[in-house]
Design a protein around this ligand. Structure first.
Ligand SMILES: [Fe+2]
Length: 493
């Protein structure tokens, strides 16, 4: 039997397939097929792609939360209640799949499984922090493998319940500064570097109670009052929000260290995408694993992992749609050396929100002009820096990495650039960079970096996602051709 995990019905629909022997055959986001950002519905083309990797008669279906428990919360909190049915949650896809029997799993358990069963650890303390599952908003678990069966075991040690939620707090602040909650939290994080956390005392007094590890004085699900910090500068609000979030995450990690049995940390939930806050994790744990898609789309893989039961064979995050052919190292290099900017759309697409080399816009990171040139193509806020992708063995030479972070293979953490004047395009206002390290794994991006390093003596490139403005990442060659036509940048396959 194979195991198909589904995340759908709320936001960021996705599908993952784990084989009978624990290989991850496929994992991808609906938005990449429908072109509807954060699409909540399962796209038919996504399912067709998934079915290419598996015999449809040999599939067991697993869903990423318990819809009826979630409906109880909605009923109790007055969020608006509609009795959930598979037809409503999965739309036309339910009929397309021949209305199968679907197993359901608790939302935070799926986050825990997506992290633990893909991790290199035999045991771990798992911490999940997101906006909200059914009722849970933060959970701490012990996870280990049963010696005789090899099956993963989970014991929930502690939880925080709705409406107290770090994720809902951060989304409320995202809305407060005029950004889109559940989408643009990463922009709030980027804005933090331009402000100062001068409103910390006011924010705590107004919103936070220090009972237990902390609770909130109001339900932030609907956002804060528009008069909250009325005349404050948005950058200072962003900086204060980041400071408070980091303080609260530290409180949670401290509790996890106290009650968890393992010294290995698996961290999941949407808040684990906050690469600025992730610097702090090394203060609590030496061994850290954050899978590249720790948010709700990644829960499709968590549900499939729970179906399979044991540790899965994790290789890398290139699990989505395939553009066949060898990685076009020489074509990319030729263009980089002459024009300095090039697109690449090759091989399996990344599973997760970040382009890590297979659907990327790459550029020479040196010099003062490149940031504006890439920004011109991406048409995004000028204050936002781009990320460096670097040969892993050179990371310490170019960046000061946070404590106990030896690599950052999926851009999970920021480091401080040692020579920001040489690489202004990849350094943020506060001197940090969101780093992607590439191990010696013979991936396409590795081969490219090795050759680029040999020819230029620079072991890194600028890497940003290949997407048309306001659209999800490029998925197939048709998207790549559209990008090429619109922006006049060659996209190699
Ligand atoms: Fe979640």
């Amino acid at each position: 039997m194979n195991y198909l995990g589904i995340s759908a019905g709320f936001h960021d629909a996705a599908v993952s397939v784990v084989s009978h022997d624990g290989n991850i055959l496929f994992a991808a986001h609906s938005e990449r097929y429908s072109k509807n950002k954060h699409d909540k519905d399962l796209c038919r083309d996504l399912l067709l792609d998934a079915m290419d990797y598996v015999d449809p008669s040999q599939i067991e279906y697993h869903y990423y939360e318990r819809p009826w428990v979630k409906a109880m919360r909605q009923l109790r909190s007055g969020e608006g209640f509609r009795w959930p049915t598979w037809n409503r949650l999965l739309g036309n896809s339910y009929n397309f799949l021949d209305q199968p029997q679907i197993h359901t799993h608790a939302h935070h358990l799926c986050h825990a499984a997506a992290g633990f069963q893909t991790s290199p650890f035999e045991d771990a303390t798992v911490v999940v922090i997101d906006a909200i599952g059914e009722f849970d908003t933060i959970t701490i678990w012990d996870a280990w493998y049963d010696f005789s069966t090899g099956k993963a075991q989970y014991k929930k040690l502690w939880s925080m319940k709705y409406p107290n939620s770090i994720g809902l707090f951060y989304s409320a602040m995202t809305k407060r500064v005029g950004l889109q909650p559940l989408d643009e939290e990463y922009i709030l994080m980027g804005m933090a570097a331009y402000g100062k956390p001068i409103h910390l005392k006011d924010m705590i007094n107004e919103l936070v109670d220090s009972k237990d590890i902390f609770t909130f004085k109001q339900n932030l699900h609907i956002g804060v009052d528009e008069n909250f910090l009325k005349d404050a500068d948005n950058y200072n609000i962003a900086s204060t929000s980041q400071e408070l979030v980091e303080h609260m995450i530290s409180r949670v990690m401290s509790k996890a260290r106290m009650i968890g049995s393992s010294r290995n940390l698996v961290y999941g939930g949407g808040v684990a995408l906050n690469c600025l806050a992730n610097r702090l994790l090394g203060n609590f744990y030496e061994n850290i694993w954050i899978m590249p898609n720790p948010g709700d789309a990644g829960n499709s893989l968590g549900a499939a992992c729970l179906g399979y039961g044991a540790k899965v064979n994790w290789r890398d995050c290139f699990l989505g749609h395939n553009i066949p052919g060898d990685y076009p190292v020489n074509s990319i290099l030729d263009i980089l050396l002459t024009d300095k900017i090039v697109g690449v759309a090759s091989g399996r697409a990344e599973f997760g929100p970040r382009a890590l080399g297979n659907r990327s816009l790459l550029a020479d990171p040196r010099g003062n002009k490149i940031k504006d040139q890439v920004n011109e193509i991406k048409r995004r806020q000028k204050f936002r820096p781009f990320a460096p992708v670097i040969l892993e063995e050179y990371v310490d030479q170019y960046f000061d990495m946070p404590r106990h972070w030896h690599d950052s293979r999926y851009m999970q953490v920021v480091g401080t650039c040692r020579n920001p004047e040489l690489f202004p395009a990849i350094v943020h206002h506060d001197g940090t960079s969101r780093i992607q390290t590439v191990p010696n794994d013979r991936s396409g991006i590795r081969q490219l970096l090795e050759k680029w390093h040999f020819m230029t003596d620079c072991p890194m490139l600028l890497n940003t996602s290949l997407n048309i403005r306001n659209e999800p990442m490029v998925n197939d060659r048709v998207d790549a051709d559209r990008f090429q036509r619109l922006y006049g940048i060659t996209v190699c396959s």
